[in-house]
Design a protein around this ligand. Structure first.
Ligand SMILES: [Cu+2]
Length: 261
């Protein structure tokens, strides 16, 4: 006969397994080009992970383009100056996007597709984290108010195939390093979109991407923005001083926004 303790442990174990996976996470459903939706991009033009689980090991190759970094059949066509909008969702399109608890940064990087994202090939195009002047201060809160959407403007770069990598850093467990406690640590939501950039102004002189960032490689537990205490009261955890991980945005970037509606 099984003891009451057995059932108690079994229930505890079960709830431990179930609870963390259902509540929280996020993925990209598709992209828009100049306000035109390009269709469900999952496994079509996005190297989609099979679930909305985060990447937490910042030294793993999953930091490049999540767990399925391999070519998918299609590519989104854009031109220099176009507006490229990413659309995130939680469990189904246009839902609550991401759990309230998941506060943190949204950043976009680019690399030539030929690199497959390997090496110091990434350039940062966009970064938004905390803005104390807004009602929805964290980038993720504003993403929820923006129907899961944030955009960038395609910079003046050479014609070619690129990976556009959107990254959410959720900080609700980031006060503890993942390598010290696998139940904790910052959560990274990473989605790579295959994009072909046509530069009609190439004759005016396009600008090569500087690269310089490795994913994985550049982020470590010593870098800013990976260890963070959302609930800390000390001055060192004042969110206005939060700086997300990675380098500054490239000066050749043409901007972007999380546009609340
Ligand atoms: Cu989560």
């Amino acid at each position: 006969m099984k003891s009451p303790l057995f059932y108690l442990l079994a229930a505890a174990l079960k709830s431990h397994i179930v609870i963390p996976t259902v509540l929280a996470h996020s993925r990209v459903y598709g992209v828009w080009v100049n306000e035109v939706f390009q269709g469900d991009g999952r496994d079509i033009y996005i190297r989609s992970p099979p679930t909305n689980e985060p990447v937490k090991d910042i030294y793993s190759n999953d930091m490049t383009c999540n767990v399925h970094n391999r070519a998918v059949p299609k590519t989104v066509n854009v031109a220099t100056g176009d507006k490229l909008t990413f659309e995130w969702y939680h469990e189904s399109r246009k839902d609550d996007i991401i759990n309230d608890s998941h506060k943190g940064a949204i950043q976009v990087y680019i690399a030539p597709s030929a690199s497959n994202g390997t090496g110091a090939v990434w350039t940062k195009l966009f970064s938004d984290s905390f803005d104390g002047s807004l009602n929805n201060k964290w980038a993720t809160d504003r993403l929820k108010k923006a129907k899961g959407q944030h955009y960038i403007i395609i910079p003046n770069i050479p014609t070619g195939d690129y990976l556009f990598r959107a990254e959410i850093t959720a900080l609700h467990q980031a006060q503890v390093r993942y390598d010290q406690d696998h139940d904790k640590g910052a959560e990274f939501y990473i989605e790579c979109v295959q994009v072909r950039v046509q530069n009609d102004r190439e004759t005016l002189g396009s600008v090569a991407l500087p690269g310089g960032t490795s994913l994985p490689g550049t982020y470590s537990y010593d870098s800013h923005g990976i260890i963070w205490n959302l609930f800390g009261s000390k001055e060192e955890w004042d969110p206005r001083s939060y700086v997300p991980p990675g380098p500054a945005v490239w000066e050749g970037a043409k901007g972007g926004k999380i546009e609340m509606v």
